[in-house]
Ligand binder design. Structure first.
Ligand code: SF4
Length: 281
């Protein structure tokens, strides 16, 4: 089973990338499970037809409330099958104001593993969509505990998204030295400033020692699909955007390279790199 994690700054479009990637892989005949690892539990909404699905931690809390343990959880209550046939899970979060969200995500992933969810559904590719603003111990749990092996960073041409991606690369560097997890590449989810993005993001990828995998343009077709609760390969299968996600899916399926990244240690160096491309574009 291929285990992929998509990390990036909040609001950068990780769920859009993850969902459209899941749908493209599904179209290619892969059995895919997308796991939302964000307490907002909105990763899988597009694939679930615009709905919020029940979260693992809610079900877990309910079982504890009635005096049962996680083994009493029925897999069919926490794994939802999308109309297109993709398996969807939302980890969920702790009660607001109580507990560690990252630890909650880990509990949810552990429950999936303990209940043999991946084997039961014959999953070929598991995609974890992980909140990446806070590179705390909590949110690096999916990497640290060996759930995610290949890390893909999503960023745009906005400086703060590159800053966040660099911070995540620092976490991957630290954790990758202890296991076989590594950085597999960077995906650009464009914010519209294509000239800058096509220059600065490949340069950033090279600086980290990883691949620039795919440029995803800002597109009304992708947004319209989202509004309809459908991935672009379903909503507009003949579009250029659908082909872009098929290319991304093919690249990720074919890739077996992951590196321990070489992130930029000093903020000043990151700023200089960014400024150089800003001036050149
Ligand atoms: S470790 Fe991270 S997820 Fe957990 S409480 Fe602290 S900031 Fe939140």
């Amino acid at each position: 089973m291929k285990q992929i994690a998509i990390y990036g700054k909040g609001g950068i479009g990780k769920s859009t990338i993850a969902s459209n990637l899941s749908a493209a892989l599904n179209e290619m005949g892969q059995t895919v499970m997308q796991v939302g690892c964000d307490p907002k539990r909105d990763s899988t909404r597009i694939l679930a037809g615009g709905r919020f699905i029940p979260a693992v931690l809610e079900e877990h809390r309910e079982k504890l409330r009635v005096g049962k343990d996680e083994y009493a959880i029925d897999l069919d209550r926490i794994v939802y099958r999308s109309p297109g046939g993709i398996y969807l899970v939302e980890a969920g979060g702790p009660e607001p104001g109580v507990g560690c969200a990252g630890r909650g995500v880990l509990t949810a992933l552990q429950i999936l593993k303990d209940l043999d969810a991946f084997e039961t559904y014959g999953i070929d590719v598991a995609i974890y969509d992980v909140l990446g603003d806070v590179v705390c111990g909590g949110f690096s749990m999916p990497i640290r505990e060996g759930f995610a092996r290949e890390i893909y960073l999503v960023c745009s041409g906005g400086f703060m998204s590159i800053y966040a991606a660099n911070n995540i690369a620092r976490a991957v560097q630290r954790l990758g030295l202890r296991g076989d997890t590594g950085l597999a590449g960077i995906v650009c989810n464009s914010n519209g400033d294509e000239a800058l993005e096509r220059a600065v993001i490949p340069a950033f990828a090279q600086r980290l020692g990883t691949a620039f995998v795919q440029f995803v343009p800002r597109s009304p077709v992708i947004q319209a699909g989202e509004m309809e609760g459908r991935a672009v390969v379903e909503y507009a299968p003949d579009s250029r955007e659908a082909e872009i996600f098929r290319n991304l899916a093919r690249a990720i399926l074919a890739n077996d390279t992951r590196v321990i990244p070489t992130p930029i240690a000093e903020l000043a160096e990151l700023e200089t790199m960014y400024r150089e491309h800003l001036v050149k574009k």
